[in-house]
Design a protein around this ligand. Structure first.
Ligand SMILES: NC(=O)c1ccc[n+]([C@@H]2O[C@H](COP(=O)([O-])OP(=O)(O)OC[C@H]3O[C@@H](n4cnc5c(N)ncnc54)[C@H](O)[C@@H]3O)[C@@H](O)[C@H]2O)c1
Length: 378
């Protein structure tokens, strides 16, 4: 009878172990430290209050999640929104007018790629009566395009169309062919208004080749207190408005079997959260615009319709100037966070939009071009 004693089973086990364990495993097993013997750094002191004092005196540890409590009034101050910053979008009568850009257009004899030219194209710019839309529109005219300005404020759009023609004439003395520049009313968030504007534009220009959706706005309320009707309006203009004009123009291009280019104006706010002004719905609306551009680019690639997005950073328009005059503390904060240390001006978008609408970017679609002085690169 084979008797198994505790001593013999231990011997058998040891034999088995030495048979199956390879040398490194053996090495590891002999050097294995009992977990309970690992000293717990934070429990070194017998008195917990001594420990807290230690952490408080270590500025590096105090700057980590190991800090027992907030040790500085400055913690997170550059990365937080401030609910006291509240800036409603002004009513139309309070909106400042944007001057047309002086002395940058006109004929020149510098050698450049012909593919950047927009000659024989018709471009439509929504929100083109003011701000970035107006200046981008001027850049398109300087690059050879005809232009249809669409805006909620028809009077302002008509006045600015007149000024653009006047400026063009001044910068191109003796030119035979003047650009065709027209102004049209539309509330971009309303499908029937969008369709009416599109047929009006087609009756004046016969076709549309390019679209820039610049109608959009931001305002600042903390999320809890954001008036719901204002949030819906913001989404209606920024997201629905972009979508409605894009599908209207794409449908027209598909019917004509013509190629075209669409540039949606997003914002760096679609990728980062601005501080200190709280603007959650705006940020989300701009993230929607960026992804809408990519999604439609894929959907319409087979029709030769390119869709891209320009995401500007802080640009000094007539409206941002008014906001900064009323809230000067924002200016310092903003420029401290921009890598190039400066806000942009609307003219900084002229080249970007011309590039994306022209054949120079024939193979670019679904892209986001950030024009933000490096804000989102840091
Ligand atoms: N200014 C900036 O610093 C900045 C930065 C990033 C992105 N953006 C974006 O650029 C675009 C243009 O901004 P901006 O600074 O030129 O603003 P802006 O207020 O100066 O101009 C916007 C224009 O859109 C028009 N508009 C507003 N609602 C409309 C509607 N429902 N239908 C038709 N037109 C309407 C306004 O009448 C105005 O003429 C916006 O989409 C904005 O979010 C601006």
């Amino acid at each position: 009878m084979n008797l198994i004693t505790p001593r013999s089973s231990l011997r058998a086990l040891t034999r088995l172990k030495s048979q199956f364990l390879r040398p490194p495993d053996l090495l590891r097993s002999t050097h294995m430290r009992n977990l309970s013997s690992t000293p717990i750094l934070t429990n070194r002191k017998s008195n917990p209050s001594d420990n807290d004092n230690d952490n408080n005196n270590d500025p590096n540890l105090a700057a980590t999640t190991k800090a027992p409590k907030d040790t500085s009034p400055h913690e997170g101050r550059f990365a937080r929104t401030d609910e006291n910053v509240q800036i409603p979008y002004p009513s139309d009568s309070e909106m400042p007018a944007q001057p047309v850009v002086q002395g940058r257009g006109g004929m020149h004899f510098k050698r450049t790629l012909a593919s950047f030219s927009l000659e024989n194209k018709v471009s439509l710019v929504t929100g083109g009566a003011r701000g970035l839309g107006l200046v981008m529109a001027q850049g398109l005219v300087a690059s050879g395009s005809d232009l249809a300005i669409v805006d909620l404020n028809r009077t302002e759009a008509e006045e600015q169309a007149g000024k653009l023609i006047e400026q063009f004439r001044k910068e191109n003395p003796g030119i035979e062919q003047m650009p065709n520049i027209t102004a049209h009313y539309a509330d971009v968030s309303d499908p029937s208004s969008v369709n009416t504007a599109l047929s009006e534009i087609l009756s004046k220009h016969t076709r549309i080749d390019n679209l820039v959706t610049s109608a959009g706005f931001t305002e600042n309320f903390d999320a809890i207190n954001y008036p719901f009707d204002r949030m819906k309006k913001l989404w209606g203009v920024n997201v629905d408005g972009t979508y409605l004009f894009a599908i209207g123009v794409a449908k027209h291009l598909m019917e004509r079997k013509a190629p075209g280019s669409i540039v949606m104006i997003g914002s760096m706010s679609g990728a980062i959260v601005n501080v200190p002004q709280p603007q959650a719905p705006y940020n989300a609306s701009k993230a929607a615009v960026t992804h809408l551009a990519a999604s439609l680019a894929v959907e319409w690639a087979g029709y030769g319709i390119r869709v891209n997005c320009i995401s500007p950073g802080y640009m000094l328009t007539a409206l941002t100037r008014k906001i900064l005059d009323e809230n000067p503390q924002l200016r310092e904060k903003w420029i401290s966070l921009i890598a190039v240390g400066k806000m942009g001006v609307p003219e900084d978008l002229m080249g970007a939009v011309t590039f994306l609408l022209s054949d120079a970017s024939k193979y670019v679609t679904g892209a986001e071009l950030r024009v933000d002085g490096g804000y989102t690169a840091t």
